[in-house]
Structure formats: structure tokens, C-alpha cells
Design a protein around this ligand. Sequence first.
Ligand code: ZN
Length: 449
Amino acid sequence: MSLKEKVIKKTPMFVQSSAISLFNTYQYKVRHGGEYKKFRKYYAKAENFSADQLDREVQKKQKSFFKYVKKKSVWYKNLNTKNIKDNELLEKKDIINCYDEIKTIADKEGIVSLTGGTTGASMKVVYTKKDMQERFAVLDHFRAQHGYRLGKKTAWFSGKNLITERDIKNNICSHYDFINKIRFYSTFHVNKDSFDVYWQSLVKFRPEFIVGFPSSVYELCEIADSLGKTLPTSAKVFFPTAETVLPKHREVIGRVLGCQLIDQYASSEGAPFILECTQGRLHIHPLTGVFEVVDEHLQPVQSGELLVTSYTTHGTPLIRYRIGDHITLADSQDVCTCGSIFPLVKRIDGRTSDYILSPTHGKVNLGNISNSTKNIEGIINFQIIQNTLDKVQVLIVINDKFNVIEQDRFIAALQERLGLQLDITIEIVDDIPTEKSGKFRIVKNLLGK
Ligand SMILES: [Zn+2]
């Protein structure tokens, strides 16, 4: 726990809320100051670029980014600026071990962002203020296309743990930033016991927009759904962050909160953006960077591992960065009815490391595993953990619709996906903890860890 969190946890609630508003207002000024307005105009204009114009702008952005990086970063002093594919990949461990060589500015000159790595090693990157302003311009432009602006009532489910068990017992599950009208909900305490506290708060708050981890919002909605509850005043849009969105997230959250789910892909290390349009399709934003999709031999494929090069990472440059996610591109002749010429992505498949290794079926990915609860009653939440090659442990949180028949159907669905040689043990639990980052993981592959 950081000192700031310690201080906040011991401070009375009203003072806490003020501190959060002030903190957010400072962040807001950094993110929305400087060149932010210029970038907002630029990204609005970019929607109407012709193919030629877009191509010229992309070349311009890439050239200027590469020139800067080659000059300022020791790590990239031999960067091939003409052909991006001639450059080595950047791995997560490189950022952890060689941070000082890669980065181009001192931490105190920029904005430091910490990422909870999957292996426990925490990773740090530093952004220039200008890049941060550009990134927020892209995001705000995107959210504005879906009706959002700052000051509209928003419920935020983020990874900051500012609530204690005692707060929950006192019916407190959030902090309110009254200047920006954002209510920050804890994602660490969503479960059956605390459901009423969260639900009453949401019903009373009547948010227009929801932002945050889809797994947390989903869990809350899943409990509400099992109790036959829907939000009396529908929200407009849910903008998920940080995790892969699954079809069941969309379905249940939409039904309970009455809102649309509008997805995006980005990351705290500074990946370029993939954004959902008004027609519900995902577009790569070519002015934010390069997305290469490759197979294990680094050859281009339609569905595979993602390598990103991001033009808004002057502080800690990412060039051909192996971010650890899988995506599937749309067919090249596919055109979107929204009118945008930005390239289409068929789907974001999630993290490369989110798979179970089966002796008979090989790597079984997250998307496939998460479908195993389809049409099975009574499972609110589950997590599948693999420690050894021959067995998996499945934790489930259930409601009273769950019984032996449903359990057998669930095991059969898992066996269909994982094969019969993997021993499956089911354990019913009250709650499945989130990771240190506050994110929830359906698949935990601990092989070799
Ligand atoms: Zn579109």
C-alpha cells in the first residue's frame, strides 16, 4: 500500500472525497492542458481524411517519432527508421531491465505510469506530458462520439483500493469526486455480501456513464440479474477498460444497466488505440501507431500475436513491442457502414498468457474457456487455475439455481474444451479475489511459475 493510500484510508470520508477531487483536478489539468485542445481538433479532423491524406499523415507521424527516438534513446540508437520490420522486438523484460537505456526523459520531467505485470514484476514507463495530452485527446474524442463529456454523472470501477471492509459494513463502497461528478467504486469488494451496498448506491446515483473493469461491472450485474433486478434509470454507455470484453459481459451488462457497451483497446504502457465505432465495429486508429499481427515465426497473419509501435510513447518508446495480446484482423476487403476508412479488427482475443494447456487439445484460449458457462444456470463467476500439466482447479461462485445437474453440465462443457486427460476439480467459494491490480482473471496459468 502506498503512503497516499494509507493516509487516505485513515482520513474521514468528507476529507477523503475532497482529496480525491483535488487530485483528479490536478491530473485533469495535466492531461487536458498544453496541446490537448490542438490534438482534439486534429483527431476530429482526422475522421474525414481521404485515404491519401491519412497515408501522408501516418508517414509524417512515424517519421518524426522515429527520428526523435533514434536521437534520444540509447536503446534505439541503431533503429532502422526506413523499414520498421528490420528492428528487433521489444520485450516486457527489456522495459523492466533496461528502462534507463530505453527512456528519453527523466521520470520527474514526465508522468510515470506503473503496470502490474502478470508475473508479479511491476513495470514502469514514463510519458511526456504532450503524449499524455494526445492520448487523452484521442480517448476523449472517442468517448465524445458516444455522447460522453466530463461533468456527466459517471460511475467508475477502477483498480484503486480506497475502501476498507469496515467502509462496506457502513454501507460505503465508493468515493465521490463532486467537482467532476465521478463516483469511484472499489473493484476489490464486489461480491454477494456487499451487493446491496453497491446496488443501492448505483440506484441512488443514477449514472449516465459507467467506466471501468468489465469483470467487476459484470459480476455486479450478474448478481443483479440472478435476483431479477435492472437499474431503474438506464445508463447510456459502459466504456470498459483494461480487460478483454467477453460476449457474456456485453449481454448481461446491457440487460441489467440498460446501456450499450463500447469497447476500446489500449494499455498503461502506451499502446496505440483500437476503438469501437457507432456501428459496433472495432477500428485500428492508424494515427496512433502500427499494429503488426504475427505468428510464432513473426510472419504476418490475420489472427495472432500483436506487436505494437506507438507514436505517443516519446518518453518510453515502444517499437515492435510484444505486448502479450492476441487479435484477429477483419478481411482486408471488409468495409464498415460507419464510413470510417480506418482498418477493421474482427476481435480482440485477449492475453497471450491466458490459456490452459491440455495434453490432448494443446493451448485452449480464454475466449473458448469462458464460453463453457454458456447455458449453465447458477454460475455467477468462475476462475480456472492450472498449476501442473495433468489437472486444473476451477473456483466457482454460485447462486441458488446451481445444483448437481448444472455442475455435471459445466464439467462436461469444460471437458469438451480441455479434453478428458486433464483432471478437473470444482471448488465452490464465496468470492474469487482479483489480482493486485484490481483486475480479474478467468484463466490463471501458473505452469512454470
Ligand atoms: Zn465503423
